[in-house]
Write a protein that binds this ligand. Sequence first.
Ligand code: URA
Length: 248
Amino acid sequence: MRLDRYLCEMNTGSRSQVREWIKKGLVSVNGQVITNANHKIAEGADNVVFQGKEITYRKYVCYMLNKPRGVVSATQDNTADTVVELLAAEGRKDLFPVGRLDKDTEGLLLLTNDGDLAHRLLSPKRHVDKTYRVTVEHPLLEADIRQLEQGVDIGEDRLTLPAKVEAMAENVIHLTIQEGKYHQVKRMLQAVGNRVTALERIRFGGIRLDEGLAPGAYRPLTPQEEECLRKAADSDAHSKEKHFSNTL
Ligand code: URA
């Protein structure tokens, strides 16, 4: 891998910044200052140092995006902008979204190149928590909230798994679910005779949406967030509350 790309992928700086730093002689490889951005790096073997700090190689990366409305959760689309295009400045071709948010949903979406991590986070067996801020057309009644908490019929073989509901305002709830069926939140609210008018994901696998990220903005996960996410991906649904008897 080229030295400038290596530094970019390890989140040292943007492509133009790292090229400038290399030109200025701020980067050394195996103890030698390298001023050529095209210098080839053997990832994991060469010792790369920027301003006295070793930049160790990491194969996998994970970003938090505040997905804006109007953008599709895909790597390619013929008609609309994709979430992957929002990270184009990273210069990576291997990123993909961890699951999907609807085109009109905003909020926390993870993008990674780690297929195994994504697979485990999305596995229905893992029961990874996802929390949504849900705005609805009609005020929610206590009875609706109890129903959502117990599980509702959205036309599948089973009721939805019990959800956690926190009433935030007459028309706003924080809804935590452990499944990820197609349009699940919208179908759950429809099942109690309501309609979602705005939807934002605010938590995923123990990670909170960074309020400092404007819609469309993103950042790499912190090491603490990554650890939290990997724990969620490794969690065993059987050690959580059991929801399996929730049949129709
Ligand atoms: N549930 C929905 O209905 N839409 C989303 O985008 C996510 C969850």
